[in-house]
Design a protein around this ligand. Sequence first.
Ligand code: NAD
Ligand code: GLY
Length: 358
Amino acid sequence: METIKVKASRPYSVTVGSEQLKTIGERARSLFPKAVRVMLVSDDTVFPLYGETVSRSLIAEGFETEPFVFPHGEKSKNSKTYLDLISAIARAGLSRSDFCVALGGGVVGDLTGFAAATYMRGIGFIQVPTTLLAMVDASVGGKTAVDLPEGKNLLGAFWQPSEVICDIDTLKTLPDPVYAAGCAEIVKYGCMMDKELFETLEQQDLKSVEEKVISRSVSDKRDIVEQDERETGSTRILLNFGHTVGHAVEKVSNYQISHGSAVSIGMCVMVRAQSECGMIDKRTVKRIESLLASFALPTETGFSARDLSDAILSDKKKTGKTVNFVALREIGEAYVMPIPIGEIESFIEKGLKTCKSN
Ligand code: NAD
Ligand code: GLY
């Protein structure tokens, strides 16, 4: 078991290991000594698998535990589910000293975190991520949100969890494509800040070093969040490597392509475009494409540069006449590359071409 301390506006620990679910009640009791009630939030896939273990652990510590279970998937991460959850919390009578538990993937974590951030102007919550993506990314760093019809994550808040508990045993029930989506975010850390992690992924079977790799990814994210918690500086934005094009791919696919797969495509489009512009060598592009492909992640898309650039321009992250893309200098080093709005389509067009070996 490994524990990573995050020194954010609310300091907390992230624990990564086996057989963690049974310990949640005990740990919640030390975090929330005065709490009486807890809202256990989950989706309809995860709750039947792990809800009872977590409920029992909370009840054993004397918490009145109320479940809130909603249909799985990104489509539920919306303002209706959010308001239903807030109403359920209010009906259950949670006070400011009570708390929520988010048991599930990034959808459950983002939604529960936003409800916790806003109910009574903010109550505590514990993240219990059950997907690889949520363990290495979504549960750490305090970004919480729901989607609006106008765009993804448009209604949200920064609200750090009180603790993050990653039970790697839960990964055994994950469908392969959902597991692979998490691999995309781990490759992202390797590309943008951690060459050693990238090389570990190239050389070793992930399952044999899973706990170590999850902990390392969490430490990488922790380092960024501690420097730039609210993304007001120039550091946290680097976590968006692959995400500008990735979000566009998600949007153009009408969210049929998962976040992780879209980020995989986004990273490849980015480095291929850089390579076409002579900014990065083709061997680096090949290494990134091969590593992602080894996790059965997509590296290409059939969507047009026009559709992708239109989607980027309708996104919330553009500032004035340029859009900030995150580019690579080499594996392990990222930087912000503003691209003028008028040049985005042709830049992406370059990235859609298959990289030819030397
Ligand atoms: P998800 O929460 O939709 O989970 C994917 C699927 O796996 C769901 O169907 C879920 O029911 C199922 N599942 C979860 N755990 C399982 C388990 N142990 N066994 C079997 N099935 C399981 O998706 P995700 O990929 O975890 O998260 C994606 C979401 O996270 C997106 O909404 C994205 O915007 C958000 N996100 C947030 C941040 C952040 O910093 N807050 C970062 C990255 C992504
Ligand atoms: N997933 C990007 C961030 O947390 O900033």
